[in-house]
Design a protein around this ligand. Sequence first.
Ligand SMILES: [Zn+2]
Length: 525
Amino acid sequence: MQNKKLDFISKIMIQGLLVTFIFMLPDIIFKLFQSSPIKFSGGMVTQIFLFAILSSSTHSKKFRYFLWSFWGIFMTMELCHFAFFGSLSTPYTYIWMMSELKDTFDGALHSIHLFYAPLSVIIPFVLLFWIDKKFDKNIKRSKISTIILSIALFYMAIDVNRQNRAFFYASERESNPTFIATTRKTNFIIFKAIPKLLFRGYNTNFKPYEITKITSPEKINIIYIFGESGNPNFFSIDSATKQTRQDKTTPHLDNLKNDATFWYSRGFSSSVSTIYSVMMNFYMQREPENHDVQINKKSDILQLVKNAGFKSWFIEAQNTSPDYKDKIDFVYLIENEVNKNGEEIALNYFPKLTELSNKNFILYHQNIMHFDYKTHYEKFGDKWKKFKPSDNSLAEEKISEYKNSVFYWDYIIGKIFNYAKNIAEKTNAPTYVIYMSDHGELIGENKRGHSILSKEVATIPMFVKCFNCSNVNEFKIKNPTHYRMNEKLLHIIGYHLHNPNDDGKTFYINGKSLYGDDGFITMTD
Ligand SMILES: [Zn+2]
């Protein structure tokens, strides 16, 4: 009995491993023909392995063949998309392809690369069906596998609707293996996109954005800081902040209060969670459901910066950034270094005077102020522990830690002002420092963190400071948002964005989906 059990387990493991390899083969073969960033992480191989064991041991031949055919077809389509566009698809690609079927085939027939995609899938899948048939008697099958697999598929159907996973399912990371991407995407299409399309409907009435070129200065420096978890209630510069005003958390900003070349305001972020804010901010997606903006990339800030002839640097203290490949001249991924040595290490990567050109764009994506607040300054001992909790409660503890991290952040901003002043003088060019937080942060009693769709979580600090110019009046907006601030940024870069969907007074706070699937708040000036 014991031996029989062991025999069953070892056989099922072997067939699982073999089928895992077959599921991985399309990506491996495809890579022989065309370079692709697809990578197999341990976690992904484990997922593939579990599906391989379950699907190969499923006792129902019909069920098994249906699932494998399904995967085979979708993996082919996925690789076709990769061969043609150089990126993985989104579910909406399929919906778009269905409505533009003729154009899709016309385009497809003209690309020789597309030939490799079906070839990469057909070979392994023919092998899979052949082995399944040939060794039918040796392969272990069980009703339990059919039941577990059915439950797993059913769970995924609930999962895609229950959790805020729309982005991860919908906009696949380019390094995901085709098997994983296919599983998630078809899950999203079948259980989320199609039902929504049929019953509630996606808003597809958006008109395309238009970008026009306008005059811009011949010499200009821009330092664009995209911050993390900023809550203006704890910024002493924020005049709406009453209870904490006595706490000087932002002395460098406070000093500039009456300076015509400085403007601070609280405003609203595009979303309440980092990755969605990053995507919406850098592609200037104003409407929460207008995912087309992410695909056609007309208002891609980094691309426009490049097109305008800027020399560019990207100092990245998080790994949640938009696609910067080919758009930025110098990229520094410093997350590990920041974790070890503190956020001010970022300043070491700002370009030297001799490296600057006539037009310079320095993008700095911060990590400081992200929960857990104390991790940003604790490594320096007592140096940044300026604010102490007023009682022993957890809320007070977190408030004081947050204030300390704001205080440390302000110190770094002060250093950036010194840097900006210096390059403004030496290059004799107007030099802008623009700061916006990616989203707000809940701090206080029973409230912590972000990612919850609310006006409060989207309330953020933002400022503009200019050196070697007379004022920053063009940035003074009534209800500043990521989008509105970026419109102004485009003006100084040399572009005008005309968005036919924008009435000039409505703005949105999006949840955790670039399709508006996670809900959004509509606001007016
Ligand atoms: Zn964030």
